[in-house]
Design a protein around this ligand. Structure first.
Ligand code: HEB
Length: 730
């Protein structure tokens, strides 16, 4: 039985003794540190090959022809999944929205920039019901344009075309989302083992971080109300929380929900338990990727069962108009149940409400409906105020919806320099973390040499030089491509006040002096502080290598700019603050997650491989770059020299380790013979000797012949970190 196999993750029976099967290490040792998230989406799973360059391919795209095809598709109803009201617009808006709506500010993961709706678990989330049909409807177009348009871009663009074909003017569109070829393993979607469960994420009464959805398998909130109870105020609370974690304020939230529900309908013709089959990932092989096969009546059209709610929000669900607020605010609503048994709301008799046509029989009509989440927009006082304002002021509503939709669908794409295509809006938006072009360095190679001398002569230690550069560059997170050295936001709020950056400001001040002196000079050229900070790190690394007897040149790519405080959304940047930075042996107290897991999490956000993570941490330790200047993990008698001492001393069999605190965060390493304490280390230090896979890497670098390799690999990894946000470098 398919569904049993689908439900139980450890259902091994049908797999027999095939390669890769059997009880896994993760099952034997569930607490073992998982390094798999650093080994995802390698070239081995990517069919496009090493030479594939999506930007170049996108530029060859006949963008207007593609848009025309998408707009035609909207009204090209197919018998196997006929369009409601003859128009697929609602379905495609919902697909695009659900693609983008998984984004969360907390860790920047999720969102529409990878095309991950094609894969489990998202392709099978209850909330994504029947979106398999939407992607299948898109397939002939994807097939026609091939590698010139990614699935990720296509899904968002289809949403835009749906809006435009129904008369809404969008704010713009940018391409540039690259597809992944396997589901991301680093995105934590929750620990519940049943769909639509919510228990574990509300253990402390507050929605667990980093999650942004109120139930397992939902994009945001339960439409029927929290925990399925039709409680509009409770729903408002959940909406505020989940949309907030999607980076949306109250006004953006109201605009999005009202704008979206101006179109399309909800589907709940009958009891899902009785009629609807398993989700795509668990479906039988002959269904070819389709799930939720519906055995009621025709299985589609007016017999469709998706959310279980039934009906349209507005009388004209395929046209952009201002009816949503008319309907919501002018009618009174009473609780009822859909044919599928879901809580929903209908206009009272006394409201003498308009009706919507049946989606597949225009000669018949159907009651309008609102979900509990819609009713929240008139129950919650703050939402109501915004709803009333938008109801009166159509222009304000249209502008707010257009902007919020653009933000929703482009939020996780990183800086505008990554945007592609002819429809990129000119306006600079704060959430794009802008950096003005005028601040970008114009220095030459010779200037770089001069600046390096100035930095070396500034009286800063190696430890200070590398700490400042690391603090600046390591703020990057690849999940939404924010942060990083570019912009020099390390000198601005909130970054300069982060606990992890204690002591960095003084170093930055000294570097800023060097920058000012240069720019005040007669050369007519300028250097950004962002470039000076990175260059300072290079100087530190080169000096440290020299102290260890190695002459190396760390590559340097000038071209960064400096953002201003006005260009920096303080609240939004607050989400980038690390609770731990194992590379600087920093751990904010009271973390539920182990320090080593947080190290791997950060390494993943910086796109590091396992060896890169190892070599960087070991190098930072011997360069004495701990956040508080402590000696945890500084396993060397030659501080400030870029040696492989960290690994050598960690693997030294003459040392035994023992925890020095009850929570086993800190350890003392004693000489076996004398019992003298030789070293102090934390979990993120000792994990490189304890975890068998990390130990294997540590051994490579601890070998007698590995000193040179260690320095070389460190420099390469360092260079990578410094340039994580340099999308301008090909
Ligand atoms: Fe929505 C639909 C809920 C938001 C757009 N939605 C829908 C439904 C539901 C819901 C239940 C039905 C489905 C079926 O098919 O059955 N939403 C909801 C909620 C929320 C929302 C709860 C939060 C509050 N939406 C939203 C947004 C948007 C949207 C934001 C955009 C912007 N939706 C939409 C659309 C639709 C829907 C368009 C229709 C679809 C069709 O037609 O198919």
């Amino acid at each position: 039985n398919d569904s049993d196999a689908a439900k139980c993750p450890y259902f091994g029976g049908i797999q027999g003794q095939s390669a890769g099967s059997g009880t896994t290490n993760k099952q034997w040792w569930p607490n073992k540190l998982q390094l798999n998230i650093l080994r995802q989406n390698t070239e081995k799973s990517d069919p496009m090959g090493e030479d594939f360059n999506y930007e170049e391919e996108f530029k060859k795209l006949d963008y207007n022809a593609l848009k025309k095809d998408l707009i035609n598709l909207m009204t090209d109803s197919q018998d196997w999944w006929p369009a409601d009201f003859g128009h697929y617009g609602g379905l495609f808006i919902r697909m695009a929205w659900h693609s983008a709506g998984t984004y969360r500010v907390t860790d920047g993961r999720g969102g529409g920039n990878t095309g991950n709706q094609r894969f489990a678990p998202l392709n099978s989330w209850p909330d994504n019901g029947n979106l398999d049909k939407a992607r299948l409807l898109l397939w002939p177009i994807k097939q026609k344009y091939g590698k010139k348009i990614s699935w990720a871009d296509l899904m968002i663009l289809a949403g835009n075309c749906a809006l435009e074909s129904m008369g809404f003017k969008t704010f713009g569109f940018a391409g540039g989302r690259k597809d992944v070829w396997e589901p991301e393993q680093d995105i934590y979607w929750g620990s519940e083992t049943e769909w639509m469960d919510y228990k574990e994420r509300y253990e402390d009464g507050e929605l667990e971080k980093p999650l942004a959805a109120s139930h397992m398998g939902l994009i945001y909130v339960n439409p029927e109300g929290p925990k399925g109870e039709p409680d509009p105020m409770g729903s408002a609370h959940d909406i505020r929380e989940t949309f907030g974690r999607m980076a949306m304020n109250d006004e953006e939230t109201v605009a999005l929900v009202a704008g979206g529900h101006t179109f399309g309908k909800a589907h709940g013709a009958g009891d899902a338990e009785k009629y609807v089959g398993v989700e795509p990932e668990g479906a039988a092989i002959e269904h070819q990727g389709q799930g939720w096969i519906n055995t009621m009546g025709t299985g589609c059209g007016d017999d469709t069962i998706t959310s279980g709610l039934e009906g349209a929000w507005t009388p004209n669900p395929t046209r952009w108009d201002h009816d949503y607020f008319d309907v919501l605010l002018n009618y009174d609503w009473e609780l009822t149940k859909s044919p599928a048994g879901a809580h929903q709301w209908r206009p009272t008799e006394a409201s003498q409400a308009k009706k919507a046509p049946m989606a597949h029989d225009p000669s018949k009509t159907q009651d309008l409906m609102m979900s509990t989440a819609d009713i929240a927009l008139k129950t919650d006082p703050k939402y109501l105020e915004i709803s009333k304002r938008f109801h009166k002021d159509h222009k304000a509503f249209e502008d707010a919806f257009a902007r919020a939709w653009y933000k929703l669908t482009h939020r996780d794409m990183g800086p505008v320099s990554r945007y592609l295509g002819p429809e990129i809006p000119q306006e600079e938006l704060l959430w794009q973390d802008p950096i003005s072009e005028e601040t970008v360095s114009t220095i030459s190679k010779n200037d770089v040499a001069g600046l390096k001398q100035k930095i070396a002569a500034a009286g800063l230690s190696n430890s200070q030089l590398v700490s400042a550069a690391w603090a600046s560059a390591s703020s990057y997170r690849n999940s939404d491509m924010r942060g990083g050295a570019n912009g020099a936001r390390i000198r601005l709020e909130p970054m300069k006040s982060w606990e992890v950056n204690e002591g960095i400001s003084e170093i930055i001040d000294a570097l800023e002096k060097i920058q000012k002196d240069f720019n005040d000079g007669q050369s007519g050229k300028k250097v950004s502080l962002a470039d000076v900070i990175v260059l300072a790190g290079n100087v530190g690394v080169e000096q440290a290598a020299k102290n260890a007897g190695h002459e190396v040149a760390v590559p340097f790519n000038p071209g960064r700019g400096d953002a201003t405080q006005d260009q920096t959304d303080v609240d939004s940047f607050a989400h980038l603050e690390p609770v731990a930075d194992g590379f600087r042996n920093y751990l904010n107290e009271n973390q539920k997650i182990s320090a080593e897991e947080l190290l791997v999490d950060r390494a993943n956000l910086m796109t590091l491989t396992v060896p890169e993570m190892a070599v960087l941490l070991a190098g930072m330790r011997v360069m004495d770059a701990n956040h508080d200047g402590s000696s945890y993990g500084v396993f060397t008698n030659n501080k400030g020299a870029l040696t492989n001492d960290f690994f050598k001393n960690l693997l030294n069999l003459g040392i035994t380790w023992k925890a020095t605190d009850d929570s086993e965060q800190k350890f003392a390493g004693r000489d076996r013979k004398t019992g003298e304490v030789e070293w102090a280390g934390t979990r993120v230090d000792l994990i490189f000797g304890s975890n068998s896979e990390l130990r294997a890497i540590a051994e490579v670098y601890a070998c007698a012949d590995a000193e040179k390799k260690f320095v070389k690999d460190f420099v390469a990894a360092w260079h990578k970190v410094m340039n994580l946000d340099r999308f301008d470098l090909a």
